[in-house]
Design a binder for this molecule. Structure first.
Ligand code: NAD
Length: 508
């Protein structure tokens, strides 16, 4: 791995905070390294922002808010159409930056960018979803209406694993609803964030509407505690999400935290097992298992697990694990050396707990010894008492669990502390329908292994996978980012009203 030295800092590109429509440059000593996980080299420096930068971003966002709120919806929408076109035009550049910083394969990164753009599409049409209702004559000459207004200065705090898709699930809806935004992305994968801010300005987004502050704990603390930030959406681990939720709501903010996961697919004996084996390998090892909707456990009913194991092994043997920019790559490296070490530890935990380690990813030799490569691992005979069943590993480690019946399998999934996504594999429509109604997980796939809802739909897990009341995106996203007002109005006719009454107003 390359060494992070001041000399190196002097020659590397340094990313800038983006505040009030301007790149705010920082000194090398105020930055940390960004690694290319495919070769372990430091490729850029990312600012370590804190209170001062968050304060400056909030001031800019506050100043920009009144004019942005009052801009005609169609004018705002036109900026979004421009932004959508620019994001699409730059999709490959964005994807290259994602692959460079994260390690996922280029086609996977491109797919992430396109899924992010879906939510910008939804934001372009937000005027329709912002509508309220109007009911005339609820009392004599009295009409009522509801309207949705933006909250003011808002914030998004996002994880390393989807540097384009997760932020674009948040800030476009917040902005289009009339709020101004401060985005605090992960410092591990910052390259594509910088470009999004530049494209926003090019699209005509006014200065101060969309700001970026890089940093870690200190920047997050400053956001959570800032009195002028009205709402926050957080995506990341449960521990940090809980902190953001508790500290933010304590200060009267609206907070949604979408957090860790450990997803399991239920496979019934009638399923098409070739489809299931493809699904298991794609879902478990795609993006090196670093997706919150990856199914990394399989609950196989009856003898399905024994029948599937050779099919999964056959597919694992053909996987090409290499630099994500290499044509034909199926899986790239792990995003950081530290996280790679954590996954290696988890493989050891699984062994010591008595799960059968059928494929050991630790033995894999990556194409570049300085890269953060790890092979895929397969455990069989995982049981619900084991830590590798209960805890999120967030790496290419897949576990097979055996259950005798549908009911037993369902109970294992419903008993899990995490509830982000799940899937059933079957050819039986009745069983699939039952599962949809009985499973205690909100995002469900039926013969679909990564059931991420479309960009115009809501998105949220439950239990330890989500903290707060409202999902992000979709209609719920509009509700999250706006305050509803309820107006009761009366236009008295001069000389024809009265007499004065102190009785509580009735509606008749
Ligand atoms: P993380 O919690 O480490 O980081 C998320 C954000 O919080 C980052 O911006 C980071 O800088 C900041 N942060 C990290 N540690 C902090 C601390 N101690 N105090 C304050 N802020 C801190 O998460 P990650 O490793 O970047 O992402 C992986 C996690 O995100 C996994 O648990 C994954 O399941 C989850 N995730 C969930 C969803 C979802 O929709 N539910 C989507 C993507 C990722």
């Amino acid at each position: 791995m390359a060494i992070d030295t001041p000399n190196e800092a002097a020659v590397l590109p340094i990313l800038s905070h983006y505040i009030n429509g301007t790149a705010v440059e920082v000194l090398p000593e105020q930055t940390g390294p960004v690694y290319n996980p495919a070769n372990g080299k430091v490729i850029a420096r990312v600012p370590r922002g804190g209170q001062a930068e968050v304060d400056a971003a909030v001031e800019a966002a506050k100043a920009a808010f009144p004019a942005w709120r009052d801009m005609p919806l169609i004018a705002r929408s036109n900026i979004f159409f421009n932004f959508r076109a620019l994001m699409y035009e730059h999709r490959e550049e964005l994807a290259r930056l994602v692959t460079r910083d994260h390690g996922k394969t280029f086609p996977d990164a491109l797919a992430e960018v396109l899924r992010g753009i879906e939510t910008i599409d939804f934001a372009c049409g937000l005027p329709v979803h912002m509508s309220g209702m109007n009911t005339p004559n609820v009392s004599t000459k009295v009409d009522t209406e509801t309207l949705r207004v933006p909250l003011g200065v808002t914030a998004a705090i996002t994880p390393f694993n989807f540097p384009v898709m997760v932020p674009t699930w948040i800030y476009p809806i917040a902005l289009m609803a009339g709020n101004t935004v401060i985005l605090k992305p992960s410092s591990h994968t910052p390259g594509a964030t910088q470009l999004q801010a530049e494209l926003w300005s090019q699209a005509g987004g006014p200065a101060g509407t969309f700001n970026i502050v890089y940093g870690g704990k200190e920047a997050v603390k400053a956001i959570v505690e800032h009195k002028d930030i009205k709402a926050i959406q957080f995506v990341g681990s449960t521990a940090v999400g809980r902190y953001v939720f508790e500290e933010g709501t304590k200060r009267g903010k609206r907070v949604g935290a979408y957090t860790s996961a450990k997803n399991a697919m239920l496979v019934l004996p009638d399923a098409d097992l070739d489809l299931v084996a493809d699904a298991a390998v794609a879902s478990g090892f795609g993006s090196a298992g670093e997706r919150c909707m990856a199914q990394t456990l399989m609950v196989a009913v009856g003898d399905t697990g024994e029948r599937l194991r050779p099919k999964i092994l056959e597919r694992i043997a053909k996987l090409k694990i290499t630099d994500g920019m290499e044509p034909g790559a199926d899986m790239g490296p792990i995003y950081s050396q530290e996280h790679r070490e954590s996954i290696v530890k988890w493989i050891g935990v699984g062994e010591s707990e008595g799960a059968e380690l059928v494929v050991d990813g630790r033995k894999f030799q990556g194409p570049n010894p300085d890269g953060f490569f790890l092979g895929v691992s397969l455990f069989d005979n995982v049981t619900p008492e084991m830590k590798i069943f209960n805890e999120e590993i967030f790496g290419p480690v897949f576990g097979i669990v055996h259950a005798q019946t549908y009911e037993e399998g369902l109970a294992l999934i419903n008993g899990h502390k995490y509830a982000n996504g799940t899937a059933i594999f079957t050819t039986n429509g009745g069983a699939a329908r039952r599962f949809k109604l009985e499973v205690d997980v909100p995002m469900i796939g039926i013969n679909v292994p990564i059931p991420v809802p479309a960009g115009f739909m809501s998105f949220a897990g439950a239990k330890d996978s989500a903290i707060g009341d409202l999902p992000m995106r979709g209609e719920d996203g509009v509700r999250f980012w706006t305050q509803q007002k309820m107006v009761t109005e009366r236009w008295p006719e001069p000389g024809k009203e009265g007499p004065l009454s102190l009785v509580f107003p009735g509606n008749s």
